[in-house]
Every structure is written in structure tokens, then in C-alpha cells.
Design a protein around this ligand. Structure first.
Ligand SMILES: Cc1cc2nc3c(=O)[nH]c(=O)nc-3n(C[C@H](O)[C@H](O)[C@H](O)COP(=O)(O)OP(=O)(O)OC[C@H]3O[C@@H](n4cnc5c(N)ncnc54)[C@H](O)[C@@H]3O)c2cc1C
Length: 410
């Protein structure tokens, strides 16, 4: 972080206390001359402050930065809010009816199916989404997809830092209608930013997210490649999963050698050990601010997913009336096949997200006690969720966070 700004800005307070999600909205609000997202030495995308923020920029960021504030604004037409799962209009499981999208997609290709259908039906001019860089198989970058082929090329989860809001102002300045795909924190920030910039509601036709267990540092990817024995400097391509469900993490080097491992080993033993601190105190692993959310509709036993290879299946939640109308119309048009599910099935498919929502209030309080800084979470149902938790586990979680937040440089 540069010392060029005269007083510690709100951006520095957020980043220095481990509260930055890395979404990049601060770069868009302040302009690249003032704030630039860069990969930090710890391997996360972080704002580098190059000049002082104006009063106006600081005021907007205090309200929209997900390291400062996440919450539902009261809305008369809002969908009923479930304690664990947030606003819900429709709950389904299904998949893209385009076999290639279903196979290449992360779960059932739900996000890519809807994105592609929005383009085909000219409801949007482009889809703003993260894809792998053509220049570097380990780098994520923002793409403006304008065709099914471009959406397909961006399909699949990338378990590494992304800052899809860093160029938001330029996207909005185009004056074209678009769908936005991002992590829950990206979408929460974008939804909040709509209160400050009328272009968001006018141009962003649909906000799409996925359930998220957290963003690993790029060091997680490096460790995975080292474990596979793949030479990072010789990489031709790399994918984390997809091409099946869940599909393999697969690296191909320029000499044609292939290195792969299954999802349980890649995510379960390496990547999830590298999550940024902010993700551990995240109140929204399930994309509560999106119109539509897709996730893995895992099968499993005793409440735990088995991760066996199968044809892809997405859990598809519509959270707004607009999102529900889109999911229904995409199904009617033959882009998507999905069956309704009882809400209680979500917990069976996503046990990790149940635990997370129940634990987060304790982790948040612990962070505040240790650091005197923590984001404000409003109307997220965190107290109700905490009351459902196992009390011993809740206390253990809070204690663990307190120790970590006190002891570590976040
Ligand atoms: C960091 C991370 C953590 C996740 N944690 C969970 C979880 O706990 N539970 C769960 O069910 N699912 C999780 N997922 C999501 C899951 O892997 C699938 O993305 C989801 O099931 C949707 O599948 P799909 O087939 O509909 O998506 P696809 O059709 O494959 O589309 C995926 C979309 O996600 C976008 N995307 C991929 N990586 C990133 C990224 N790093 N930043 C922003 N956008 C990205 C792509 O642009 C694409 O539009 C996670 C994904 C990521 C990237």
C-alpha cells in the first residue's frame, strides 16, 4: 500500500484489517489514477492507493465497500427472506440443455445457460464475466462476452482472485445493457452501488452469482501445481474443474504433458487452505443480492456431498421477481431444464453454507474485539442463524477467529 495518500483512507483501513474482499469497486469509484487493484505479496487482489480520495469518493466507498458494509435495504417488493438462504422466490435443480455448456460448466452450466440465453434473446448486449486470460493461464480477467461461444469460453469456476468491479465505470459508460456475473461480494457491492449511480439499475439487466466458500490466494494455485509436478513457467492451459461434474483440476504444459487431480484433492486439500480472511467472516456465501444464483446441487450421504463424477447439476435460486421471470422464460425457451425443490433440500446440498451462516456472527464479533474494525452487516438474519447453531461450536469458532485476528498480519 502506498504512503502517498496523506491520511489513512477508508481503503487502507479495510485492507490493513483483512476486510478487503478484492472486488475492485474502489478502483472504479476513485479512478485508476487514485486506486489500482494489484496482486499483493500474499497473493490476493488488493487496492494500491496512489493518491488521496476525495470526500465524495470516501463517502460512497464507506457505503458500498463490502469490507465496510453489507446489508439488505428495506424494499416493499422484496422476496421473503429465509434465515439461512436469504431472499428466495424459486428453488430448483437442473442443468443447461446445451450438452456442451452442461459439460464445460462448473456444475450443470446453469449460469452459462442463462447468460447465453440472455444474449440469444437480445435482452442484453453483453455479459460481464470473469474468464482466464489468453496471455496467462493462471490470471483471471474481465470479459465482455457477446456470444454463446464467448460465454462458453468463460464457463467453469476459477478458484483464484478476481476483481470484476474494477472496471465498472467503463462498463456503465458504454451505455449498453448487460448481465453481470460475479462472486456474492461483487454482487452485494454492485447492488449497493446502484443507490449511488442510476446507470446500474438502467443497464444491468440481471445480476448473477454463485455460492462461494471463499477466494483462495493465487499461492493456493501455485501449491496445487507444485503438488502435481507441473512446471508453472511452461503452462499452456489450466482449469480448476468443469469438463464433467465436478471435473478434474487439469494443467497442460507446452510439451503436451497433462497433470490432473480430482476436486476433493484440489479444493479439499490445497485451495481451501488459502482463503482470504474476509471470506471467513463473510455473511453472504450464497449470493443474497443477486437476481439468480447457481451452485452445486451435490448428491451425498448423511448431509455430506460425495463429489462422485456425474452429469452436471446446478442448484438454481431465483431471488427477485425479475430473476424468477428469467429462469422461467429460459426454461420455457429450452435453454434450461430444472425441477422445483423444497427449500429444505438446499441444506442437504450445501451443508458448508449452513455452518458458515450460523457461525459468522461469532466470527464478526471476534474480529471486532481483536481489531476494533469489522464490516457492518445489516438485515442479514445473522442473530437468528446464530441461535440455530451448536453453541459449543459457535464459541469455538469465535475463539479461533479472535486468536487468528489478534495474532496474524491479515
Ligand atoms: C471461489 C469460488 C468458490 C465457490 N464456492 C462454492 C460453494 O461453496 N458452493 C457451491 O455450490 N459452489 C461454489 N462455487 C461455484 C460453483 O463452483 C459453480 O460456479 C456454480 O455451481 C455454478 O455453476 P454453473 O455450472 O452454473 O456455472 P458456469 O456455467 O460454469 O459459470 C461459472 C461462472 O462463474 C464465473 N466465475 C468463475 N470463476 C470466477 C471468479 N473467480 N470470480 C468471478 N466470477 C467467476 C464465470 O465467469 C462464469 O460465468 C464457487 C466458485 C468459486 C469461483
Amino acid at each position: 500500500m502506498s504512503a502517498s495518500a496523506t491520511t489513512p483512507s477508508i481503503i487502507q483501513t479495510v485492507a490493513e484489517n483483512g476486510l478487503c474482499a478484492g472486488c475492485g469497486l474502489c478502483q472504479s469509484v476513485a479512478g485508476e489514477a487514485v486506486v489500482q487493484m494489484r496482486l499483493s505479496s500474499a497473493g490476493y487482489l488488493r487496492p494500491y492507493v496512489r493518491a488521496a480520495l476525495s470526500e465524495q469518493q470516501a463517502r460512497v466507498l464507506r457505503d458500498v465497500c463490502p469490507g465496510m458494509h453489507v446489508g439488505h435495504a428495506p424494499q416493499p417488493d422484496a422476496a421473503p427472506q429465509h434465515t439461512l438462504w436469504g431472499p428466495l422466490v424459486g428453488v430448483r435443480a437442473g442443468h443447461s440443455l446445451d450438452p456442451e455448456i452442461r459439460r464445460q460448466g462448473s456444475s450443470g452450466g446453469g449460469i452459462s445457460a442463462i447468460a447465453s440465453w440472455l444474449l440469444d434473446t437480445a435482452q442484453v448486449d453483453f455479459v460481464a464475466q470473469i474468464a482466464v486470460s489468453d496471455a496467462d493461464p493462471l490470471r483471471n480477467e474481465m470479459r465482455l462476452s457477446r456470444s454463446r461461444a464467448e460465454v462458453l469460453a468463460a464457463a467453469g469456476s476459477r478458484y483464484a482472485p478476481s476483481a470484476p468491479l474494477a472496471g465498472l465505470d467503463a462498463l456503465l459508460a458504454r451505455g449498453e445493457r448487460f448481465a453481470f456475473v460475479g462472486k456474492p461480494c461483487d454482487v452485494a457491492a454492485l447492488r449497493r452501488y446502484a443507490l449511488h449511480d442510476a446507470r446500474v439499475d438502467r443497464l444491468v439487466v440481471c445480476m448473477i452469482s454463485f455460492m462461494c466458500a471463499g477466494i483462495p490466494s493465487i499461492r493456493g494455485t501455485h501449491e496445487l501445481l507444485d503438488k502435481l509436478g507441473a512446471d508453472r513457467s511452461q503452462l499452456k492451459s489450466f482449469r480448476y474443474r468443469g469438463d464433467g461434474w465436478p471435473g478434474m483440476a487439469k494443467a497442460v504444459t507446452h510439451d503436451g504433458k497433462v497433470y490432473e487431480t480430482d476436486y476433493n484433492s484440489s479444493w479439499g486439500t490445497v485451495l481451501n487452505k488459502h482463503l482470504q480472511f474476509r471470506c471467513k467472516i463473510c455473511p453472504d456465501g450464497t449470493g443474497e443480492f443477486a437476481d439468480i444464483v447457481c451452485a452445486d446441487a451435490w448428491y451425498g450421504k448423511d448431509g455430506y456431498p460425495d463429489f462422485a463424477e456425474r452429469d452436471g447439476r446446478s442448484l438454481i435460486l431465483s431471488r427477485t421477481r425479475r430473476g424468477e421471470a428469467m429462469v422461467s422464460a429460459a426454461m420455457a425457451a429450452g435453454a434450461l431444464s430444472a425441477d422445483e425443490l423444497p427449500v429444505s433440500d438446499i441444506a442437504r446440498m450445501q451443508p458448508y453454507q449452513v455452518n458458515r451462516k450460523q457461525m459468522v456472527l461469532g466470527r464478526l464479533l471476534a474480529t471486532w474485539l481483536a481489531r476494533r474494525h469489522a464490516p457492518r452487516y445489516r438485515r442479514m438474519g445473522l442473530l437468528k442463524a446464530a441461535l440455530q447453531a451448536n453453541k459449543i461450536e459457535w464459541l469455538r469458532n469465535a475463539w479461533g477467529t479472535l486468536r487468528r485476528a489478534k495474532g496474524e498480519q491479515l
